[in-house]
Design a protein. Structure first.
Length: 451
């Protein structure tokens, strides 16, 4: 690390940051209260609120958002006339999936091979700590030169839109000159990166019904329409032979002209098995940042263990469609619904239900804030130049903030580089990345205030 006093201060704070992240990761703050207790999310929200109060934030509040979750807000006034910067992260996390598959317990922060493992360590409880470290470093070195607002969301992973709707109902609350979204990640460990685009998404539940009830497959199979077989055919229609997404009326030939993702690197990051081909056409960057992508997230059908010889009367699936910048998510939703209905065979009854949606996002990378961030990252990562990348994931709040505050500059940084394996088993964060990005954010706030 640089001998810069900001860097020295952040380095000295890392043991405390590890202890705090251990506390925060321990909360099972999955915002699906059918699976996890609401009290776990509420405890995490209170932890964040207490941390903001300890740093001198004013007006700290737990905001009850329309989806039944809480977002945490706080205001740290800066010098008179200073610009306002909104720092965003979220404290809710994805479910741990198969807890038995984790090398160490998902809700216990564990150090192994130079990384800290635990659900939310990178996505995005680590982002909360990144913001705190940056502000602490500034306070120890002359003070925070801007007015800071912090918002920590409680349901980002669920895509239920609580904070977006709350912000729309209270448009003055999050107003800022610049917004730093701490929920993205470097393209690779040690390579400073801002995310310039995000794909949007739509989430549909599709159900197919064919019979009044299950039937004996020996007595009726061969003529009785099988709802599960119909569903399989519908889902298969969403992909071409090479695996490309094929939704009727939705184009899929866009090209990414920025930072490229080498195929060998992608295969390694994605842990693709030997001999298995990647799906789609074009460059990897085209496929994951610039084009639509459909994923079947789940299917309700009998498990193999305990299955009976039956023709299935009904079956359903949860289908996700990621949509690139330039495509309206609402229009993509209509196209996906129409496609599912049109490709349902045998006259089977089909119903679709939209349960989530978020618009894609494209940042203005020519703004003064981006120049300040490039200079800050160059100092925090000596010898490296800031890169611009896309991200296949969605952060619906970005578009809400862009619509509410069209003059605000929005930057996306964070700890979710490929090795972090966010949303997967054995999620982890690089403490070196946490340290360097905290330094970069602190330097950014200094440089932005002076610009």
């Amino acid at each position: 690390m640089s001998p810069d006093p900001i860097a020295e201060t952040v380095a000295s704070l890392m043991p405390k940051a590890k202890a705090e992240l251990t506390e925060l990761v321990a909360f099972k703050s999955v915002a699906d209260f059918d699976q996890f207790p609401r009290s776990e999310s509420e405890a995490a929200a209170n932890w964040v609120a207490d941390a903001l109060r300890a740093e001198g934030f004013q007006d700290v509040a737990l905001l009850d958002t329309p989806d039944g979750t809480q977002s945490v807000y706080g205001l740290l006034p800066g010098p008179e006339g200073a610009p306002t910067v909104l720092l965003y992260a979220h404290y809710d996390v994805q479910p741990p999936l198969d807890e038995e598959a984790w090398t160490t317990p998902p809700f216990e922060l564990t150090e192994r091979d130079g990384r800290w493992y635990g659900r939310g360590s990178a996505d995005c409880k680590g982002g909360v700590l990144m913001h705190l470290l940056a502000l602490r470093a500034l306070k120890a070195n002359g003070g925070v030169p801007v007015t800071v607002k912090v918002i920590a969301e409680g349901s980002e992973e669920q895509g239920t839109g609580g904070l977006e709707r709350y912000a729309e109902e209270h448009p003055d609350l999050l107003t800022a000159d610049t917004i730093v979204i701490g929920d993205a990640g470097n393209f690779r460990v040690g390579l400073p990166t801002v995310t310039a685009t995000l794909r949007g998404m739509t989430l549909l539940r599709v159900r197919i019904d064919t019979l009044a009830g299950n039937l004996h497959s020996g007595q009726f199979g061969g003529a009785a329409p099988d709802a599960l077989a119909a569903l399989v055919r519908v889902l298969d229609s969403l992909r071409a032979e090479d695996g490309s997404t094929t939704v009727d009326g939705l184009t899929g030939d866009e090209v990414w002209d920025g930072l490229q993702y080498e195929e060998d690197d992608f295969r390694r990051d994605a842990k693709v098995l030997e001999g298995v081909r990647l799906v789609g056409s074009g460059t990897v960057a085209d496929r994951i940042w610039a084009r639509p992508a459909v994923t079947v997230l789940g299917i309700d059908c009998p498990p193999v263990v305990g299955a009976t010889p039956s023709v299935q009367a009904g079956a359903r699936a949860l289908v996700s469609l990621r949509v690139p910048p330039g495509v309206d998510a609402a229009e993509a939703t209509k196209l996906l619904q129409a496609h599912l209905e049109a490709h349902t065979p045998w006259g089977a009854q089909v119903t679709t239900e939209q349960i989530g949606q978020g618009q894609p996002f494209r940042a203005d990378t020519t703004s003064p804030a981006y120049a300040a961030m490039a200079a800050a990252m160059g100092e925090a990562y000596p010898g490296e130049e800031m890169q611009y990348a896309g991200q296949g994931g969605s952060i619906p709040l970005c578009n809400t903030l862009a619509a509410l505050y069209p003059r605000a500059e929005i930057l996306l940084i964070g700890l979710s580089e490929p090795e972090a394996q966010i949303h997967a088993v054995d999620e982890s964060v690089s403490p070196q990345e946490l340290e360097r990005l905290s330094v970069a954010e602190a330097l950014f706030l200094q440089k932005y205030a002076a610009s």
